[in-house]
Design a binder for this molecule. Structure first.
Ligand code: NAD
Ligand code: 89V
Length: 338
């Protein structure tokens, strides 16, 4: 399959490594508005077709798929251009800045019959995946409560300076992943309430958020995120999970320790693989990039919809929007409103 990557920035390097490892896939062209980034990624990955304009690339190259690794404000234009050029698309999160843009992109994909998937990778982290699989296999029976928690003091701003600049921060950038995990565990939510605050005075948006979700079927989850937590043991970028089911409890604890409490206690080491190109502590996320991109290619091959399709991601994005409304208006928000 012939692919092209648009956006050769900080995170796209992981995506290029992962594409290189997938048999039968070749990234044949790169696009970035920044000539230096374009040149560097081209040299690092031996890709010699370079474009500074996506429309020109799409008109020139014959592509099976396009990987969009730019930030959200550019997504709608690039996604629609790629779909209209006849390519399947995988697009980074946050998928869109507004629900209207997200819905429009899903409608364009439906009209073209092409696959549009969001690179929503946290639920594809292998430790998180193990929890999802155990739950889906019924290891603790029907779940009625989950806590999905990401608390860190890691400096994310030096690699991604834009995170310190936006009016919105943690729910839109990181909470989006944690809300998506809550959906993968307990299904879609019907209502949410949220509080936010900014602890770090050097950033513009909120760096702490606490959310309470009621899911279809009645289960409850608490989704809490912080980039302001000072801890003796930094756990970035691990998500801690605790789920109570009718038959037992599942816990994913810091240090990639999975505990199944059901007729006694079983402990599994679910540490992610350190891929040859990965580095700690990002290796958990980097492995998930490899897994999600394989899922995209497998789905294209099999002609089936990806688990993290753009249509599915509308529900995650709606939770993000609803959480901001709830925090601003200090009220419970029904997802139907969004
Ligand atoms: P970045 O700013 O480092 O890179 C974006 C690149 O896109 C830049 O090189 C920029 O020049 C280029 N670009 C922007 N508009 C363009 C256009 N119209 N045409 C061509 N090139 C264009 O950003 P980043 O930190 O790599 O983040 C990119 C996306 O990845 C964001 O949406 C971010 O949320 C996401 N991200 C995801 C994860 C994850 O684990 N899922 C981690 C980090 C970042
Ligand atoms: O996953 C992300 O979207 C990243 C980070 C882990 C730093 O929040 O921006």
């Amino acid at each position: 399959m012939r692919g092209a990557l648009i956006g050769c920035g900080f995170f796209a390097q992981n995506q290029l490594h992962a594409w290189r490892d997938i048999e039968g896939v070749e990234i044949v062209a790169l696009c970035d508005r920044d000539p230096e980034r374009l040149k560097r990624s081209g040299a690092d990955f031996g890709i010699d077709k370079h474009y500074m304009d996506a429309a020109e690339m799409l008109a020139t190259e014959h592509l099976d798929f396009v990987d969009i690794a730019t930030t959200a404000p550019t997504h709608r234009l690039l996604v629609e251009q790629a779909l209209r050029a006849g390519a399947h698309v995988i697009c980074q999160k946050p998928f869109a800045e507004t629900m209207a843009d997200a819905r429009a992109m899903v409608a364009t994909a439906q009209a073209t019959g092409l696959t549009l998937m969001v690179h929503e990778n946290f639920r594809w982290q292998s430790p998180v995946r193990r929890v999802i699989e155990l739950l889906r296999e019924g290891a603790i029976g029907t779940p009625f409560f989950a806590r999905v928690s990401f608390r860190s003091g890691y400096d994310v701003y030096s690699g991604q300076p834009y995170l310190a600049e936006g009016e919105r921060f943690i729910i839109e950038d990181l909470g989006i992943h944690i809300l998506d995990i809550a959906r993968a565990l307990l299904g879609d939510a019907v209502r949410i309430s949220a509080t936010t605050r900014r602890v770090n005075p050097r950033i513009r948006g909120e760096d702490v958020a606490t959310m309470l979700l009621e899911h279809e079927g009645g289960a409850t989850s608490v989704v809490d995120c912080s980039y302001a937590s000072r801890r003796a043991r930094e756990s970035f970028p691990e998500t801690a999970i605790e789920i109570d089911g009718e038959l037992g409890t599942l816990k994913l604890e810091p240090g990639y320790r999975l505990v199944i409490e059901c007729d006694g206690e079983t402990v599994e080491d679910v540490a992610p693989t350190l891929l040859p190109w990965a580095e700690r502590p990002w290796h958990n996320i980097q492995e998930s990039v490899a897994i999600i991109q394989r899922h995209f290619i497998d789905c294209l091959g099999a002609g089936r919809a990806p688990e993290t399709s753009a249509a599915d991601n509308l529900h995650t994005l709606a939770l993000v929007e609803a959480a901001y409304v709830s925090a601003a208006e200090k009220r419970i928000v029904e997802l139907m409103e969004i």
